[in-house]
Design a protein around this ligand. Structure first.
Ligand code: IMP
Length: 426
């Protein structure tokens, strides 16, 4: 029953795509379990550079790929992603889409935009992909699921009901034009025809694979600090990026999970609004942003940069049940003279070692740092931990100690090969 969950430990963009692509070589199935096309998983391999929003990053290996029930799917984005992959020579025949997954509809995207606008100075900074409204409809029992596309008459009835409620909002509250039922219906019928061969009962598919002793990777999207329960609420996303979210978003029971690999950058980034205690608003932050080209994969927005936050990382490890860590983008720090890790916060004159629930408190937290000397040389060619400069070894080990979970992998470049394995996994 070997299931490996690969989850983001920070605010997303930790490099999950690269790690999943690499680990897929040893797997049979990769299942994406949360979020939607707000995610942007970058993979660089022998076929080129890819930015995936919905298709699991395992698609480049000879594995089955599943978009689980916990993902909200914008069919237009999915279809163009499949076409892009096929054009690059990637076989997508082994892609399956859960019949239980919810659909992102045009009114979700419009609503995301209008809601953000109405929040004015308090905007969440969403990706405007309709993710929040789609998950809200799921919870409200107004959602339309992939399986609904298979019965067009039933689909039209559900769509009419959902759209009526949304058009009332658009015209009466937001003062914008209503959306056309026929246009959406016809468009989604076309999507349905294209996607029908991919639509499967993925719960059974995964269950049978596990029965046969196949290896499954659960691929997370976003990161723990964006979780609706444990993240910086309300500045977070609308589905759970945690390991537990992996069970709910795939139908794989928790007792199948053998290991949980938490992905962390060697520093922090955040895109969108909300507190970030170690944020660097200075030249150092800009230097890291420039070196690492830290701009959102989905939105192109500049990412906020900060030092590694071990208080948040400890919290992330605990709520995810992480059994191993991967530290990505270590090479970005090659030219830094000195480095910092936040080991505690100072809140109202007191030192605390926990991640507060209240964003107002978190905004007031001042980071307490431990300082390290940099290594001042390129490490992109290094493949063995013992060949890393001693300062880099110390930095990586200290992250593991402070986070409370051992580091198994360190990445020192964007390509599949630029990985140092400290311990075998999976
Ligand atoms: P939403 O998921 O589009 O509703 O956006 C809510 C918050 O989550 C915003 O701060 C986004 O920037 C952030 N977010 C959503 N998806 C990602 C991601 O894949 N990486 C990083 N941040 C994300």
């Amino acid at each position: 029953m070997p299931v490996l969950a690969i989850v983001g430990g920070q605010w997303g963009d930790e490099g999950k795509g690269k790690v999943v692509d690499q680990m897929s070589e040893n797997a049979d199935i990769v299942v994406r379990f949360s979020g939607g096309d707000n995610a942007g998983h970058t993979v660089i391999n022998r076929l080129g550079e890819f930015k995936l929003h919905l298709v699991p990053a395992g698609i480049f290996s000879d594995v089955s790929c599943v978009i689980g029930n916990g993902v909200v799917i914008n069919p237009a984005v999915l279809i163009s992603e499949i076409a892009m992959l096929n054009k690059a020579g990637v076989n997508t025949a082994k892609l399956a889409i859960s019949d239980r997954a919810h659909l992102v509809m045009p009114y979700h995207i419009l609503l995301d935009e209008l809601e953000e606008k109405s929040r004015a100075g308090k905007a969440l900074g969403t990706t405007k992909r309709g993710i929040g409204p789609a998950f809200a409809d799921k919870t409200n029992r107004l959602g339309i699921r992939v399986c609904d596309l298979l019965d067009k008459a039933d689909f039209k009835e559900r769509l009419a009901m959902a759209l009526e409620a949304k058009n009332t909002l658009f015209t009466k509250i937001y003062g914008v034009e209503p959306l056309s039922l026929d246009e959406i219906y016809n468009q989604y019928c076309e999507y349905a025809d294209y996607l029908t061969p991919f639509i499967k009962n993925t719960v059974s598919l995964l269950d049978e694979a596990l029965e046969q002793g196949k290896k499954v990777i659960m691929e997370g999207a976003q990161g723990a600090l964006l979780d609706p329960d444990f993240g910086t609420y309300p500045y977070g996303t609308s589905s759970s990026p945690l390991t537990a979210g992996g069970c709910l978003g795939s139908g794989i029971a928790p007792n199948h999970i053998e290991s949980v690999l938490g992905i962390f950058k060697a520093y922090c980034t955040r895109v969108g609004n909300g507190p970030m205690p170690t944020e660097l608003m200075d030249a150092t932050g800009q230097k890291i942003r420039d070196i690492a080209h830290e701009y959102g994969t989905t939105t192109g927005r500049p990412r906020r940069i900060g030092w590694f936050d071990a208080v948040a990382a400890r919290f992330s490890c605990r709520i995810n049940g992480m059994t191993a860590l991967a530290i990505t983008r270590l090479d970005v720090l090659d030219s830094m003279e000195s480095l910092k890790i936040c080991t505690a916060y100072e809140l109202n004159g007191k030192k605390i070692d926990y991640f507060p629930a209240s964003v107002a408190e978190l905004e007031r937290c001042k980071p307490v740092y431990e300082e390290f000397s940099g290594w001042g040389m390129p490490i992109t060619h290094v493949r063995r931990f013992e060949d890393l400069p001693l300062q880099a070894q110390t930095f990586v080990k200290r992250i593991g100690e402070l986070a409370g979970c051992e580091v198994y992998m360190a990445c020192c470049g964007p390509s599949r090969e630029q990985v140092i394995h400290l311990k075998p996994l999976f």
